[in-house]
Design a protein around this ligand. Structure first.
Ligand SMILES: NC(=O)c1ccc[n+]([C@@H]2O[C@H](COP(=O)([O-])OP(=O)(O)OC[C@H]3O[C@@H](n4cnc5c(N)ncnc54)[C@H](OP(=O)(O)O)[C@@H]3O)[C@@H](O)[C@H]2O)c1
Length: 131
């Protein structure tokens, strides 16, 4: 339940609260930080474990996708976004990506998002992630 609250319900409530401000922003974006861990199509036995985390990210994806459909009429672009496997507390010291490299790529990709990306699940380099 904690995973769902923090990873899925929290971002949804935040997006709803911020929508009036997003509507009047120059760049109207909702970027949900998701994970390939929540990809059902990409799930295989080698990933292993973490059912609560993974289910919460799948929930985040469908919540964001659904809310994105709702606010599309206001010109808001919503995406589900995988930051890569990064050396953070979560990713651990053996993760392949440095935090700075992930963040630089994320900013670059997010800054080029357009209407074609609406409702898509993409990674830090802009590549499509399977649902
Ligand atoms: N690192 C990866 O490889 C990776 C891969 C895929 C997706 N992601 C996603 O990227 C995002 C950031 O993760 P990270 O790698 O930076 O993880 P992290 O280093 O473990 O940081 C997690 C952050 O979440 C905050 N947090 C934890 N529980 C919270 C709660 N109950 N309420 C509010 N904030 C809470 C923590 O705050 P405190 O510092 O105050 O504890 C911390 O700032 C997450 O959504 C994660 O799922 C990361």
């Amino acid at each position: 339940m904690k995973n769902f609250e923090v990873n899925a319900v929290g971002p949804y409530m935040l997006a709803r609260k911020l929508t009036p401000l997003i509507k009047v922003s120059q760049r109207k974006l909702i970027v949900a930080i998701s994970s390939t861990a929540g990809s059902i199509e990409g799930a295989d036995a080698s990933y292993g474990g973490f059912p609560a985390y993974r289910a919460s990210k799948a929930a985040l994806n469908i919540i964001t996708r659904t809310y994105g459909d709702h606010v599309k009429k206001d010109g808001i672009i919503s995406v589900m976004f995988f930051p890569g496997v990064v050396k953070t507390d979560l990713g651990g010291p053996d993760a392949p990506l440095e935090t700075a490299d992930s963040v630089v790529s994320m900013i670059k990709t997010i800054s080029t998002l357009n209407a074609e990306n609406n409702g898509c699940f993409i990674d830090y380099e802009g590549k499509t992630v399977p649902w």
